[in-house]
Design a binder for this molecule. Structure first.
Ligand SMILES: Cc1cc2nc3c(=O)[nH]c(=O)nc-3n(C[C@H](O)[C@H](O)[C@H](O)COP(=O)(O)OP(=O)(O)OC[C@H]3O[C@@H](n4cnc5c(N)ncnc54)[C@H](O)[C@@H]3O)c2cc1C
Length: 389
């Protein structure tokens, strides 16, 4: 990790301190983590992935993943908002550099620290990212969009939303584009609320989204390429990293509990110590899987078609399934270690928020859906037999 990346990490620690302070209130009140997001803007971390020649930090995906893990240890909702914002930024960086409008918009993202949200989920297709019902309707140089967007996190706080739709009213459901629409171009009518078990601060309400914007704001590449080459990997790796952070925070509380037990009874190994070993082994395996996934991403990005290959898609899907399940398993260990002190919401060993936040992980693009996708891909895939290569 280079000097600049360490600087970003120090800023992430600063934001995490703010996020930690408000995490319980954000969770309890189901409110947007306004203090932490302001801190992200103040420390310029929202523009971390934007290329330096557009005024951003030019950070690698690995650095952004580390930031997500740091934030995840403090407040799951803040970390998820940061990850979702960066997933959108990665689509701009990967597919918008050749387009004058998007290049200019990236400059604005960096200088004004704009917050980006995502509207892919749609009534009727649910979490099936690669199919849309709504369509872009062109009218000369402008287009209209009308989407039943059943989940848009922090829509009311975002400066722009990246929306998927069909390319035109006559296009097939999988013939999609992604458009950037800015706050003043959007109208949002709330259709559903967000009173959930966890990730309560993401404020992921449902809206009927209507927008009118210049055609130049539609990303030039088909969404099929955007999904394969930037969204798939960045979503799974950044989500996985913040779930790792949540699990690490819960296990840290469990470790503090075991230490306190050991101090109380100096000559007896606390019951929870064995589970702590099991939890930490799982956490280590998750860390290795994420590090391997990030290395695979770097290697695939350096080749012509690496990011579009079947083996890469399977690997990234596996990272998501593994990370979402392992994070939950680690937190379950933490809960068993802390017992009733972990179950209660008002003790230093409470892991309720961590558990509830992490329960969203297998649903966020349903693991069942991802496994079904991988089942199809496996038919065309040769299993690897080597450890290092
Ligand atoms: C914290 C959080 C924040 C979110 N933020 C956003 C956001 O900002 N923008 C956005 O667009 N979306 C967002 N989402 C939505 C998310 O990305 C998924 O689209 C959504 O969680 C899927 O919802 P679903 O379970 O109703 O839909 P589906 O994916 O349709 O799944 C419904 C059920 O059907 C089953 N199923 C469906 N298809 C298959 C299949 N092919 N094979 C096997 N089983 C299948 C699944 O098991 C699942 O239980 C967010 C979700 C969460 C939890």
């Amino acid at each position: 990790m280079n000097h600049a990346a360490f600087g970003l990490m120090a800023r992430a620690d600063e934001v995490a301190a703010v996020a930690r302070l408000h995490a319980d209130a954000v969770d309890k009140e189901g409110r947007f983590p306004v203090e932490a997001i302001e801190a992200l803007k103040r420390t310029q971390l929202l523009g971390a992935m934007i290329p330096t020649d557009c005024g951003g930090g030019g950070a690698s995906l690995e650095t952004i993943a580390e930031i997500c893990a740091i934030l995840g240890q403090a407040c799951g909702s803040t970390a998820m908002i940061y990850a979702m914002h960066q997933i959108k930024a990665s689509s701009l960086v990967s597919h918008g550099l050749e387009s004058p409008w998007h290049r200019d918009f990236m400059r604005r993202c960096a200088s004004e620290q704009l917050l980006l949200a995502s509207a892919t989920t749609e009534g009727g297709v649910g979490g099936d990212l690669r199919n849309s019902i709504c369509a872009v309707v062109r009218d000369g140089d402008v287009f209209d969009l009308d989407k039943d967007a059943t989940v848009i996190s922090y829509a009311l706080y975002a400066d722009a939303i990246l929306v998927t739709s069909r390319r035109a009213p006559e296009a097939q459901s999988s013939d999609q584009v992604m458009s950037v629409v800015t706050r003043e171009q959007i109208s949002l009518d709330r259709t559903t609320g967000w009173d959930t078990l966890g990730m309560r601060g993401t404020c992921s309400e449902g809206f009927r989204l209507t927008a009118r914007a210049p055609v130049a704001q539609i990303l030039p590449k088909p969404f099929a390429e955007i999904a394969a080459q930037s969204m798939l990997a960045t979503s799974h790796l950044l989500w996985g990293s913040l779930w790792y952070g949540i699990a690490a925070a819960a296990l840290t509380r469990a470790q503090a509990y075991v230490r306190a037990e050991a101090r109380r009874k100096p000559n007896v190994t606390p019951t929870g110590a064995t589970r702590l070993v099991q939890g930490s082994a799982l956490l280590d395996s998750l860390k290795s899987a994420l590090a391997d996934g990030l290395a695979r991403y770097e290697a695939a990005a350096a080749t012509q078609d690496g990011l579009s290959s079947v083996s890469f898609a399977i690997a990234m899907n596996n990272v998501k399934i593994n990370a979402s399940e392992t994070a939950n398993a680690v937190i379950q260990h933490a809960l068993m270690i802390c017992g009733i002190m972990g179950y209660k919401n008002d003790t230093p060993f409470s892991v309720g928020r961590h558990l509830r936040d992490a329960l969203s992980a297998p649903l966020m693009i349903s693991n069942d859906r991802i496994i079904a996708n991988n089942a199809n891909l496996m038919l065309a895939h040769r299993l690897g037999k080597r450890i290092v290569s």
